[in-house]
Ligand binder design. Sequence first.
Ligand SMILES: Cc1cc2nc3c(=O)[nH]c(=O)nc-3n(C[C@H](O)[C@H](O)[C@H](O)COP(=O)(O)OP(=O)(O)OC[C@H]3O[C@@H](n4cnc5c(N)ncnc54)[C@H](O)[C@@H]3O)c2cc1C
Ligand code: SF4
Length: 329
Amino acid sequence: MRPFAYARATTFDDALEAAREPGTTVLAGGTELLNWLRLGIAAPDRVLDITHVAGLDRIEPLAGGGLRIGALLRLNDVAADERVARDWPVLREAIHKSASAQLRNLATIGANLLQKTRCAYFRSDEPVPCNRRTPGSGCAARNGHDDRHALFGWTDDCIATQPSDPAVALAALDARVVTRSAGGGRRIPVTDFHVLPADGVDRDTVLEPGELIEAIELDRPAPGSAYVKVRERESYEFALVSAAATVELGDAGRIESARIALGSVAMRPWRLTKAENLLANLAPDDPALTAAIDAALAQAQPVPGSAYKLAIARGAARRALMTAAGVGP
Ligand SMILES: Cc1cc2nc3c(=O)[nH]c(=O)nc-3n(C[C@H](O)[C@H](O)[C@H](O)COP(=O)(O)OP(=O)(O)OC[C@H]3O[C@@H](n4cnc5c(N)ncnc54)[C@H](O)[C@@H]3O)c2cc1C
Ligand code: SF4
């Protein structure tokens, strides 16, 4: 591990000022960053500890029924909030299915969106061709072990996936990432936050250097929402595929609107917009539900070793939708 300087900020303004200095990386819970330092994925000159920055660890109501979640809230504290549990169950479930209880006590919600791919070549102790680790070196997964890789939005430069669970729930909720930098602030839809390989493999998100996440904003409540995570064991494991769904039912019990996002199928949560458009007016247990999901999944182009994930995605999306609609799988 390369030596680095350590600094601590206690106000957000001080953090923003200090984060402008080239070579600076901020530290929140440290559950991702420490691994990157150990593996050489990150080699900052200075680590700026923001865990004591005041005001970023609150959950506050927004006008119109929404919620503002401070970036430094621990995952378990977000899931334990009674408003989140009642009105946005999809987020609570996605958090409960993330990592382990110990990690969730330390890991922060803002930084969860910034975690990097779990592609084994990317996380390798030994140098292997990986365009994300060493630009221009190639992609060992493209003709290697590609069984936990992309169904959508990949290129020959990189076939990896983004592993965050909460990001999938937040994409289905049309949540926004609130950021600030010395130059001002932005509200970025979670669905536009991560960068696909076609737009470059030199960065994972649209965050600019020195730009920090301040909060995540949720719009109106989505009590009819659910998260399904399919993994090789039932705890402490990243998803093979996950699905988040929200459903609003009309008076006749038919679907008025629905949103579905898949996780671990691309370098960003992948919304099944084609299916969403076909679901309006269906009864939640209508067999046409599966046909709508299939129409969206027909747009997938799985890398060969990950084609098996299509069937998992189909089942997960269906189960998430039916659970969100209150009719169970
Ligand atoms: C063994 C293991 C299993 C895991 N399993 C899962 C899982 O199943 N599902 C899942 O979703 N996640 C999982 N995770 C990921 C975990 O949730 C993340 O590591 C965690 O949320 C990151 O938060 P942190 O506060 O520890 O980030 P840190 O490690 O402190 O920071 C990560 C990155 O974010 C940057 N950063 C931190 N805060 C900000 C900010 N406010 N603004 C801008 N940049 C910032 C840091 O500079 C760094 O680049 C797992 C992690 C581990 C180690
Ligand atoms: S899939 Fe992406 S992260 Fe994995 S080896 Fe290829 S370039 Fe690297």
